[in-house]
Design a binder for this molecule. Structure first.
Ligand code: HEC
Ligand code: HEC
Ligand code: HEC
Ligand code: HEC
Length: 373
């Protein structure tokens, strides 16, 4: 249902863009020289006369798609984009002013970035892998733990992992083993570890010493499947997969919703379960085949592939801006704005909504370090 609505919203947005584009195409020819004079007067201080943002977080406009520049200016004027300075500035601009200036900046040569930095270092997966070395003692390097009572992390839903790690970090889940492990990690580091583990292939646990009876447990799992997925493979980024997880850990974590762990949904569903039932349900889930979380791309480049569908200069159908060589801080800011509902775009919102800060950071870094074209 959600997808359907998004689909409809997207087609409406696309129709809107197409109309705007047609108007722009049919309008009077733009005048680059007049655009330059205007830029000299009103834009140069921040965007330079060459279209290179003069400070971090100011976007480069040089060689950007003309239509995108025009649409952005209209959106500032209409209040759809809310940046105060730009709103003020566009208030008094006529359609002709906007067309001219868009033509001027679009026709400047692309900004040459300072020597492209090494992107590998910013990949959250690589970072996460390094950081995860200290977890390997208990969770194994690939996240498939072997010690009974210690959960596997491989293939787990990434948002859930981030939330779980933060609960230990903030001391909400008190466990001597985990306590102190994460004390000094930054938010970005936590996310990087979560992404690394989420991208690993999960293996079913083999500890057979648990007490429950999987057959007896199965019927009760009907009420869990709505959230945890059929046979415990979750399709929701914030809900953990249970399939193939260590049975002892499942028992302990289920019971912990009676005491320390707080989650309204879980507390409600496990409140009525007896100890025997919990053992059986855990045995059922432990016996299921685990599957890695969907949509966990394994590198920044994989992710960028998805974006390039709309953003690459070769794709003439979209009003999506070019991003290669764009200012990194500006890209981070723009992506966070879409994700946090501060900037509207049905196409972008759908793309950037599930992205963590670590992914945003790495995508922005990747695009900023590509030569503009
Ligand atoms: C005071 C500094 C400043 C001045 C002067 C300024 N801008 Fe900007 N401009 C910015 C900042 C900061 C942003 C990013 C705003 C945001 O987050 O929406 C921006 C964004 C833009 C964008 C959107 C780019 C994109 O990639 O989405 C366009 C187009 C733009 N400016 C055009 C202009 C034009 C044309 C002028 C002159 C009439 C101008 N700006 C003057 C600071 C400035
Ligand atoms: C000394 C052994 C040990 C080390 C080292 C360790 N863990 Fe754990 N971890 C555990 C145990 C035991 C649990 C289960 C605790 C509980 O019952 O709440 C756990 C639970 C977790 C969970 C919760 C999983 C879930 O399904 O809710 C996450 C996430 C996690 N650890 C991540 C990490 C990360 C990341 C590191 C490295 C920075 C790490 N752990 C290091 C023993 C360890
Ligand atoms: C309304 C949705 C919902 C239902 C129904 C539900 N769960 Fe959950 N479950 C969640 C969410 C969300 C979490 C993560 C909560 C958190 O962050 O502590 C969770 C966490 C868990 C965990 C902890 C996993 C881990 O890795 O630490 C277990 C075990 C679990 N659920 C078992 C069950 C069982 C068994 C049932 C059925 C009796 C059930 N859940 C029903 C939403 C649900
Ligand atoms: C379905 C097409 C589509 C896909 C896929 C897509 N985008 Fe976009 N993107 C757009 C459109 C259209 C805009 C302009 C929206 C607006 O005006 O706010 C945009 C705008 C942006 C901006 C703002 C740039 C600026 O100059 O202000 C950023 C940053 C961005 N996208 C990043 C991404 C990233 C990263 C991905 C991949 C994870 C992605 N996009 C995938 C269509 C798409």
């Amino acid at each position: 249902m959600k997808n359907l609505l998004l689909g409809i919203a997207l087609s409406i947005a696309l129709i809107g863009c197409a109309e705007k584009k047609d108007q722009a195409a049919k309008g009077p020819a733009s005048d680059i020289a007049t655009g330059k004079a205007y830029a000299e007067k009103a834009c140069k201080a921040c965007h330079g006369l060459d279209g290179k943002g003069v400070a971090p977080a100011i976007p480069h406009l040089a060689a950007q798609r003309e239509r995108y520049l025009l649409v952005s200016l209209m959106e500032y004027k209409d209040g759809k984009r809310t940046h105060a300075a730009l709103r003020n500035m566009t208030k008094n601009m006529s359609d002709a002013d906007m067309r001219n200036i868009a033509a001027y900046y679009a026709n400047q040569p692309p900004v040459v970035n300072a020597a492209a930095t090494d992107v590998k270092h910013s990949s959250p997966y690589e970072e996460g892998k390094k950081l995860a070395a200290v977890c390997a003692k208990c969770h194994e390097q690939d996240g498939n733990a072997k010690v009974p009572g210690t959960p596997s992390l491989a293939g787990q839903q990434p948002h859930y992992l981030v939330a779980a790690i933060q609960e230990y970090h903030q001391g909400e889940r008190a466990t001597p083993a985990m306590k102190g492990m994460l004390r000094d990690a930054s938010k970005l580091e936590l996310e990087s570890m979560a992404l690394y583990f989420a991208a690993q292939t999960p293996v079913k646990r083999t500890d057979e010493t648990h007490r429950g009876d999987p057959k007896a447990g199965e019927p009760a799992t009907a009420m869990c499947g709505g959230c945890h997925g059929a046979r415990g493979v979750s399709v929701d980024a914030a809900t953990p997969s249970l399939a193939g997880q260590d049975a002892r850990y499942l028992v302990k974590s289920t019971k912990s919703y009676r005491t320390i762990r707080k989650n309204w949904g879980m507390q409600r569903y496990v409140a009525g379960l007896g100890d025997k039932e919990i053992d059986d349900i855990a045995a059922f889930y432990a016996a299921q085949q685990p599957q890695a979380a969907d949509q966990v791309p394994s590198s920044t480049r994989d992710l960028a592939e998805k974006c390039n569908r709309c953003h690459d200069p070769e794709n003439p159908g979209m009003v999506a801006p070019k991003m290669r060589g764009q200012d990194k801080d500006y890209l981070v800011m723009a992506l966070r704005a879409y994700r946090d509902d501060k900037r509207e775009s049905s196409a972008m919102h759908r793309m950037s909504f599930p992205y963590s800060n670590a992914i945003i950071e790495s995508l922005a870094h990747w695009y900023a370090s590509q030569p503009a074209r």
